[in-house]
Write a protein that binds this ligand. Structure first.
Ligand code: KG4
Ligand code: ZN
Length: 353
């Protein structure tokens, strides 16, 4: 089954085609993908402007769709189903992908399905011939979410802990801004941190010993004070690299310790990390070291499938369509949507690998 995935929940227009019949040891089923980022469009405003985001998705959807078909050497008629992001996200931006996807499905006479953006992230590391088996704990870390989720199967999610304020990605973005680095902050901090000493400065590890919730808002003040004290915002490249490395290490250390705690609490030995921050190499390295000590394994998607993209939506849509879930012709988006409200897919807790 060839599924077209459409991601338009925020400032990225992502389209991809996933083909379940092309999964093999060497192929994760992704036939092709295109991604257009609106970063430059929003840069002058210091954040995403929802109306501009919606208009830009409308401008880009059709040309990107044509580009994708050419890249994949396919025609519209080759598509068997369409999956679009239904929520959570910006309502106008969501509506563009939903309306495009639903009407294209109607025109082609194929099913269309609305996908939960965070379920898309969560399932992305399962794309491929040897997905991690259920159950596992998932650390979902994006620009808007930081959650530890006990995952018993598709749609069987139990939130063990989450951020009570800023998300981890948001924290990276705010720290980057203070260091005068461009958006998105995560990859830019990671790049600067490469030449820095992670132990140069000691930054707080908030709520480390309080259950499985996170709090990252205090990090803002800590890094603000550190930049002020060291004059690290403009000058010495070494100081800046040390600040970035120490900051990254503090966030990563907090995430790693909570993951270990979560695995021990629910007595599971597999961890899946997903969402934009899961692309962070320091996080991957530190998790590998910590999990080895407790005999647990860590699984993640390739970096391009960690941040927002159409492939994860196509893959999540495929899982639900394959289980018989369908939708009518009406289109509705859900800007705020709790992932635990999703219907469970029967049998997935054992069938997927
Ligand atoms: O999942 P995502 O693309 O979008 C949301 O659904 O929010 O995540 C974007 C977030 C941004 O905050 C970005 O700074 C962060 O992921 N991010 C990273 C890295 N790549 C992206 N954070 C740390 N290290 C990275 N390499
Ligand atoms: Zn996302």
């Amino acid at each position: 089954m060839k599924v077209l995935g459409l991601e338009t929940s925020c400032d990225e227009t992502g389209l991809a085609i996933f083909d379940s019949e092309q999964i093999s040891d060497k192929n994760n089923g992704l036939v092709g993908q295109v991604l257009y980022s609106q970063i430059a469009l929003h840069a002058t405003y210091g954040g995403v402007v929802p109306e501009l985001a919606s208009r830009d998705h409308i401008r880009k959807l059709v040309p990107l769709f044509n580009e994708l078909l050419t890249q994949c050497n396919l025609t519209k008629q080759d598509i068997d189903a369409i999956a679009f992001t239904r929520g959570p996200g910006l309502v106008g931006a969501l509506m563009t992908g939903a309306l495009f996807g639903r009407s294209l499905g109607y025109a082609l006479g194929v099913p269309a399905i609305g996908v939960h953006h965070m379920e898309g992230h969560l399932l992305a590391p399962l794309m491929g011939a040897q997905p991690p088996k259920f159950p596992f704990v998932c650390l979902l870390v994006s620009g808007g979410h930081t959650q530890l989720v006990a995952t018993h199967g598709i749609g069987q999610y139990e939130v063990l802990g989450e951020s009570i304020d800023d998300a981890a990605g948001e924290c990276f973005d705010k720290a980057a801004k203070m260091l005068k680095l461009p958006y998105p902050g995560g990859p830019n901090i990671a790049e600067l941190a490469k030449n820095g000493n992670p132990n140069a400065y000691v930054l707080p590890r908030p709520m480390l010993h309080k259950g499985l919730d996170f709090s990252f808002s205090g990090m803002k003040t800590a890094i603000h004070n550190l930049i002020k004290d060291t004059d690290g915002s403009d000058n010495d490249p070494e100081v800046r690299a040390d600040i970035a490395a120490s900051f990254q290490h503090a966030v990563v250390d907090t995430l790693v310790k909570k993951c270990v705690k979560a695995l021990q609490q629910v007595k599971m030995n597999r961890l899946v990390i997903a969402g934009g921050v899961s692309a962070n190499l320091h996080l991957r390295e530190q998790l590998a070291l910590a999990l080895e000590k407790i005999n647990a394994s860590v699984h993640y998607a390739p970096p391009a499938l960690c941040t927002d993209n159409g492939a994860m939506i196509a893959f999540a849509g495929y899982q639900r369509l394959q289980a018989g879930q369908t939708e009518g012709l009406s289109v509705s988006c859900v800007p705020r949507w709790d992932m635990t409200e999703l219907p469970p897919l029967k049998g997935t807790s054992t069938c997927n690998g």
